[in-house]
Ligand binder design. Structure first.
Ligand code: CMP
Length: 142
């Protein structure tokens, strides 16, 4: 299995509810390493660009509005099979389908306000990491 990197976002609602520590603990207890972290308050232009792939979807405007309402935490997680392991920890996109014990199953309130984002494949992980971080920001030699 390959060592991978993936982008995680702790979304506005979760940051506002003081859930940063609880969510990061799940990543660390799973053995994923945080190799970059930053708090960002996205502009509508930035949120729109990040979710460009969803531009034509009916939920796009609501998603951009939510992602800009208050700050987010952006993280790069590293580990063996990190992309799938992070998605397992997150649970299903729609919290009504997410299992108890997953981050979304435990904390999400709706499909828009679904607590966290995680990259879904190596190509998207590379693009999404580069959206928020430069190579110099990624500190993996520990
Ligand atoms: P995320 O993992 O950040 O990736 C895209 C986001 O779009 C997703 O989480 C949800 O917050 C949102 N999303 C996906 N599908 C829907 C939907 N059917 N209705 C509303 N929001 C959605």
């Amino acid at each position: 299995m390959a060592v991978e990197r993936t982008l995680s976002i702790i979304k506005p609602g979760a940051v506002a509810k003081n859930l940063i520590g609880k969510i990061i603990t799940r990543f660390e207890e799973e053995g994923l390493r945080i190799i970059a972290a930053r708090m960002v308050h996205l502009t509508p232009e930035q949120a729109g660009a990040f979710y460009e792939v969803h531009r034509e979807r009916p939920f796009y405007a609501e998603l951009v509005k939510y992602m800009t309402e208050s700050p987010i935490i952006t993280l790069v997680l590293e580990g063996e099979n990190a992309i799938a392991r992070n998605r397992q920890l997150m649970g299903a996109t729609d919290p009504s389908k997410a299992l108890p014990g997953t981050i979304r199953g435990d904390f999400a309130v709706s499909v828009t306000r679904n607590t966290v984002h995680g990259s879904d494949a190596p190509e998207t992980a590379a693009t999404e990491i580069a959206f928020f971080f430069s190579q110099a920001d990624l500190i993996s030699a520990r």
